[in-house]
Design a protein around this ligand. Structure first.
Ligand code: GLN
Length: 469
């Protein structure tokens, strides 16, 4: 275990004379001891210890950056120059990054130490981390359960207290759902707030990088370092990043999803927990009102049409010629493409490429892809309209707590895990999962708060002051 659970504590200890070097050593040892979780695909002891020594020197000289003392992990789809990255796929096995993601550059420049890369569902497609080519990840709270996905290793690396913060990516819930399953905070910022340069793309109009942490304070500090315009990613916003003061946001107008309480398939304790928060917030003087989720039953299908379409295009580059594994038995060009992709991709990724290719095909484009684009627009309009009335929207993060390994085998049942999380990605708005509950089965779960675009400062402040995280 690293000596301090949160960065705030680790940072305070630095002024008391403890070193980043010793904290990094302890964290690397903790990761080795907990190898059984399979959270890390690889540790980076050499670069981590070198960075730790450099940060210690800066601390001594009084020139240390805002993240001095922070220990971090990177999901295996975020590029770190001269380090391996592979999206937990065999097709990228052995690939070394030629450059660093913008977020990595910013975090290193702020003096964070990167401990290693974490396991995930292959190309971030999944909700249980059972789609990795390198084995399942165990939930540190209960190893018989999944940690959620696709950023399962990232969530586990924080839940197991190996690192203070983990970077994940969230295309349809892959930060928030594993956060809910592991008792951590998971934060997906507004689309365009954080650079995607150096993130291996899954669905480019949905993907966002974001942090896992144990406190809103830690979430805020790492968010502020990463956020802001990046000339290398034209989808990043030029809007200035609002400082996150975490000051009390006062009395808020909060909408909550009626469906979060009434929908079939909801765990009754998750429902009762949400209701208890609603009652408490009302008693505290916030205006809390029910609202309907726009097109709830259309959200997951819309997401899976558009995300698979984008994935089929993004993953075309992994063909054994430009990128990725090349079949050793293939003869000729056609067979090289076919066999390299057949051997390199796992079953879920293949399913998504097939689905995406189908919805983009000439005969079905209008019926599926174009139609889903229209529905996405309506969902976004409805979502933004709700924020004219409410400051925040409250919902469960997931219908249930973490399930057992192997418990969900039907792909559609797995896709329905995302029922409450995809809206934020469809609409491009920020959302956070906060660990607020423990079920009678002993497992943690969260509530989700969603805000209007670029309202991260208020969202985080609410997480701290309204939910004590
Ligand atoms: N579970 C969703 C999917 O499989 C979300 C994935 C993600 O956010 N990366 O597509």
């Amino acid at each position: 275990m690293s000596s301090h659970k949160t960065f705030t504590e680790a940072r305070a200890a630095l002024s008391g004379g403890s070193t980043v070097h010793s904290a990094t050593e302890l964290a690397l040892a903790a990761a080795e001891r907990q190898q059984d979780l399979n959270a890390f695909l690889e540790l980076f002891p050499e670069s981590a210890m070198a960075q730790a020594a450099a940060v210690d020197a800066k601390v001594k000289a009084g020139t240390a950056g805002p993240l001095a003392g922070m220990l971090l992990s990177l999901k295996d789809n975020i590029c770190y120059k001269d380090h391996k990255v592979g999206a937990s796929s065999k097709i990228l096995e052995g690939f070394t990054s030629l450059y660093s993601a913008t977020v990595v550059e910013r975090l290193l420049a702020a003096d964070a130490v990167i401990l290693g890369r974490t396991n995930c569902d292959e190309f971030a497609m999944g909700s249980s981390n059972e789609n990795s080519a390198f084995g399942i990840v165990k939930n540190p709270v209960d190893p018989t359960k999944v940690p959620g996905g696709s950023s399962g290793g990232a969530a586990a690396s924080v839940a197991a207290k190996i690192v203070h913060v983990a970077l994940g990516s969230d295309t349809g819930g892959s930060i928030r759902q594993p956060a809910s399953f592991t008792g951590t905070i998971g934060f997906k910022p507004t689309y365009g707030r954080i650079s995607r340069y150096g993130l291996i793309a899954f669905a480019s109009s949905f993907d966002q990088i974001g942090p896992f942490a144990h406190s809103v304070a830690d979430t805020a500090v790492v968010y502020e370092v990463m956020a802001g315009h990046d000339p290398k990613d034209s989808t990043t916003s030029r809007k200035p990043v609002e400082p996150v003061t975490l000051a009390d946001p006062g009395k808020l107008r909060i909408g909550y999803y009626r469906e979060g309480l009434e929908r079939a398939g909801m765990d009754p304790e998750v429902v009762a927990h949400l209701q208890a928060h609603i009652d408490r917030l009302k008693a505290e003087g916030h205006a809390v009102e029910p609202l309907d989720v726009p097109l709830l039953d259309h959200q997951v299908p819309t997401y899976y049409i558009l995300a698979t379409a984008e994935a089929s295009s993004n993953l075309a580059r992994f063909d054994g010629i430009r990128f990725g594994h090349r079949s050793k038995v293939a003869q000729g060009v056609d067979e090289t493409y076919r066999l390299s992709r057949t051997e390199g991709f796992g079953p879920e990724v293949k399913r998504r490429i097939l689905l995406g290719t189908f919805v983009l095909s000439a005969g079905y484009y209008d019926a599926y892809y174009a139609q889903a684009q229209r529905v996405r627009r309506i969902i976004r309009d409805h979502t933004l309209a709700a924020f004219e009335k409410y400051d925040l929207i409250l919902s469960p993060t997931c219908p249930t707590t973490a399930f057992a390994h192997g418990a969900i085998t039907d792909p559609v049942a797995m896709y329905l895990q995302d029922i409450f999380t995809v809206q934020a990605n469809l609409a491009g708005v920020p959302a956070i999962s906060l660990p607020t509950g423990t079920h009678s089965n002993g497992l943690p779960f969260g509530v989700q708060l969603t805000a209007k675009p670029f309202d991260e400062a208020r969202l985080l402040a609410a997480g701290k002051h309204l939910f004590g995280c």
